[in-house]
Design a protein around this ligand. Structure first.
Ligand SMILES: [Zn+2]
Length: 217
C-alpha cells in the first residue's frame, strides 16, 4: 500500500491530477482478491490472472479512454502490487496470462528467493512504510482520513487485509505479531488509521442523513 501510495502520489504530481488516496490503497491490494477465490473454490489460483499485466491493461483500457491521465496513478498503484512487490518477494507470477502460463519473478530470473519473512523483505516493507508515512505527513495527505468523506468507506477492504494477518494470521500460519512483530506494528498503524477514517465517514453519513430528515420535517 505504501508503494502504491508513493507511486500514485508521484504520478499525480507529474501529471497534475488529483487522486483519491483510499481508492488508490484499495487498488494496490485488489490483485490478492484471488486468495478469496482460493478459499471459496479450493482452487490454486493465487498469483494467476489477477496478477497479470495483460489483464490489468485490458481492465484499465476503458478507464484510460474515459478518464485519460487521471487513471494513470491508479493503474500504477494496481500494477505495482505484482510488477514490483510480488515480483521481488515470492515471484511465481503469471504476468502474461492468458497469453502465457509461464511464471515470473526475481527468483525465476536467477536471483535468490526472497520470502515474506526474509530480512530483505522486512527491511524493504518497513522502509516503504516509513517513507510513505513521511510523505503522508509532509504533504498533509493524512487529512483525507479525518475528513469524513463517504468514499473512505472503501477502506473497509484494506482494513480487513491488515486485520487478518496481524490477528488470526491469515493467509499465513501464525499471527504476524508472533512471527514478524515489526511488520505487525505497521499493520496496526494502518488498522487504527483506517478504522478511524471509516468511523468518521460513518458519523458524517448519519449527520447528513439526520440533517436531511430535520429539513424535510
Ligand atoms: Zn499478490
Amino acid at each position: 500500500m505504501a508503494l502504491a501510495y508513493l507511486l500514485g502520489k508521484g504520478a499525480s504530481k507529474v501529471l497534475r491530477t488529483k487522486i483519491n488516496i483510499p481508492l488508490l490503497l484499495v487498488l494496490s491490494i485488489l490483485p490478492d482478491i484471488d486468495l478469496v477465490f482460493e478459499v471459496l473454490f479450493r482452487f490454486p489460483i493465487h498469483r494467476g490472472p489477477t496478477h497479470s499485466i495483460v489483464m490489468a491493461l485490458m481492465v484499465f483500457i476503458p478507464f484510460f479512454i474515459y478518464y485519460r491521465k487521471k487513471s494513470v496513478p491508479y493503474f500504477l498503484g494496481f500494477i505495482s502490487h505484482f510488477l514490483i512487490g510480488d515480483f521481488i518477494v515470492g515471484g511465481q507470477l503469471m504476468l502474461l496470462w492468458p497469453l502465457s502460463f509461464s511464471q515470473f519473478g526475481l527468483h525465476e530470473l536467477g536471483f535468490l528467493f526472497i520470502d515474506i519473512y526474509s530480512p530483505v523483505n522486512v527491511a524493504l516493507e518497513l522502509s516503504l512504510f516509513l517513507i510513505g508515512l513521511v510523505v503522508l505527513i509532509v504533504s498533509r495527505d493524512w487529512r483525507v482520513f479525518f475528513g469524513g468523506d463517504l468514499s473512505n468507506f472503501v477502506l473497509i477492504i484494506p482494513l480487513t487485509t491488515v486485520l487478518l494477518p496481524s490477528t488470526i494470521g491469515y493467509p499465513f500460519t501464525n499471527s504476524l505479531f508472533l512471527v514478524e512483530p515489526l511488520l505487525a506494528l505497521a499493520h496496526i498503524f494502518y488498522l487504527v488509521l483506517f478504522s478511524f477514517a471509516v468511523v468518521v465517514a460513518l458519523c458524517s453519513f448519519f449527520r447528513k442523513k439526520n440533517k436531511r430528515c430535520s429539513t424535510n420535517m
